[in-house]
Write a protein that binds this ligand. Structure first.
Ligand code: ATP
Ligand code: MG
Length: 394
């Protein structure tokens, strides 16, 4: 990959069945443009279900461009290509160059061809056969192996000829912005960034709501959440992060409600605040990182009681996952190292010794009647919420 003329992106038309294809394509193109913008000038255009990303100036870091493209939902394959004229001599020369610049030389190969330009005199099988023979004649050490090749030389005949030997797996999913908007309740832990990533992958734009308990939680804890939102933004695009001051509400709950109900009541109020912010922002659902049985506040009973605090749909993409599975995704998306930094979260500082594991709604609602000023406190917290637009690499 030492010389890349441009990058072809494939977006897998199967995923488009029944979907609005023009919307999908337009959003994907725009997401690509905005993610690459800070690297230099590119042309991004589309033809025959392929997006062409071409650098328009010298010295652009194409490897970094590929790294960014790997995190854009909706892309299935990323092909760094060399281009040449549509004649066999030029194609052979470019193919041999590609083979010779493989970092580890391969012993076997096969050719795959795709003729989009039907005016090209050879059809795809003929092109494969001819180019395969010419490569064999030019590089005597190489052998053909069509079943288990060490390398596949791919040729696409379009407006020009494009030749490449590596096809990088993209992030899959659907382009952000094709499926509405939802709000992730983002803590500083491992789970919630993964939950946000999973819903974003389905094309959902993400906003984030974080509850902060200054001075019980430090500025470092807040910075950590901003860092996590930045990591998520590499996949989700710009994230509007709402940082809600939660201390007064927590102190009120501690003062007025039974200790063992503390966590569950706190979680219900978090949901109510997140719902209010979401309605205002045009977000259509809440997302949490909850998983059945992970902690006392995530038993079936607790989840039901938490859920009934709001009317909005609540998405819990990790609900049936084990911690190890969640950690695996957290590592894959690059959030894990930040998530495990040891800063306190507002849920952990006031944890009761014996949290109620099987609450019923009636007893919790009864306990909440003691919070006579709660609506005012909620409104004030929302009013005092700090908003940051978070985006990495912009
Ligand atoms: P995580 O690993 O995401 O921090 P957790 O294991 O700490 O979650 P809980 O504290 O029970 O689990 O939180 C469950 C979910 O509630 C989190 O995944 C997140 O969606 C939300 N949540 C918890 N604390 C906060 C917070 N301070 N701000 C926003 N959301 C929160
Ligand atoms: Mg958790």
């Amino acid at each position: 990959m030492d010389k890349i003329d441009l990058i072809l992106l494939k977006y897998g038309e199967i995923a488009l069945k029944g979907l609005n294809k023009p919307l999908f394509e337009r959003k994907l193109e725009n997401n690509i443009k905005s993610r690459l913008e800070s690297l230099g000038r590119f042309s991004v255009r589309r033809a025959q279900s392929t997006i062409y990303v071409k650098p328009l100036e010298e010295g652009i870091d194409m490897l970094e461009a590929i790294e960014r493209l790997k995190k854009i939902f909706g892309i299935v394959n990323i092909c760094p290509v060399r281009k040449c004229e549509k004649d066999m001599d030029a194609i052979l020369k470019t193919a041999v160059d590609c083979i010779n610049s493989e970092p580890v030389p391969k012993k076997t190969f096969k050719v795959e061809a795709r003729r989009e330009d039907k005016k090209f005199p050879l059809n795809s099988p003929q092109l494969c056969a001819k180019l395969g023979g010419q490569i064999l004649a030019s590089i005597p050490d190489l052998k053909v192996d069509v079943h288990n090749p060490g390398m596949t030389v791919m040729v696409e005949i379009r407006d020009e000829a494009y030749v490449y030997t590596s096809k990088i797996k993209g992030a899959g999913g659907m382009p952000i912005g094709t499926n509405g908007k939802a709000s992730i309740l983002l803590s500083g832990g491992i789970d919630s960034p993964v939950a946000g990533y999973m819903i974003a992958k389905r094309g959902v734009e993400i906003e984030a709501v974080h509850f902060h308990s200054h001075p019980y939680t430090s500025d470092r804890a807040k910075e950590k959440v901003i860092d996590l939102a930045k990591i998520m933004s590499e996949y989700c695009g710009k994230i509007k992060l709402h940082i809600v001051p939660f201390t007064d509400i927590q102190l009120e709950i501690i003062d007025k409600c039974p200790k063992n109900f503390l966590t569950i009541i706190m979680r219900r109020i978090m949901m109510r605040i997140a719902e209010k912010i979401s309605v205002r922002e045009g977000s259509q659902a809440l997302i949490t990182g909850e998983s059945i049985g992970q902690v006392a506040s995530q038993t079936m009973e607790s989840l039901a009681v938490t859920n009934s605090a709001v009317d909005m749909p609540v998405f819990r993409p990790l609900i049936g996952m084990d911690k190890e599975e969640i950690v695996e995704i957290s590592k894959k998306i690059g959030a894990f190292e930040t998530s495990i930094l040891p800063y306190e979260d507002c849920c952990t500082i006031f944890v009761p010794k014996h949290p109620k594991t099987k609450p019923n709604l009636k007893e919790i609602e009864d306990a909440e009647t003691a919070l006579v000023n709660i609506d005012e406190l909620i409104d004030r917290a929302i009013e005092d919420t700090e908003v940051q637009c978070v985006m990495r690499n912009s």
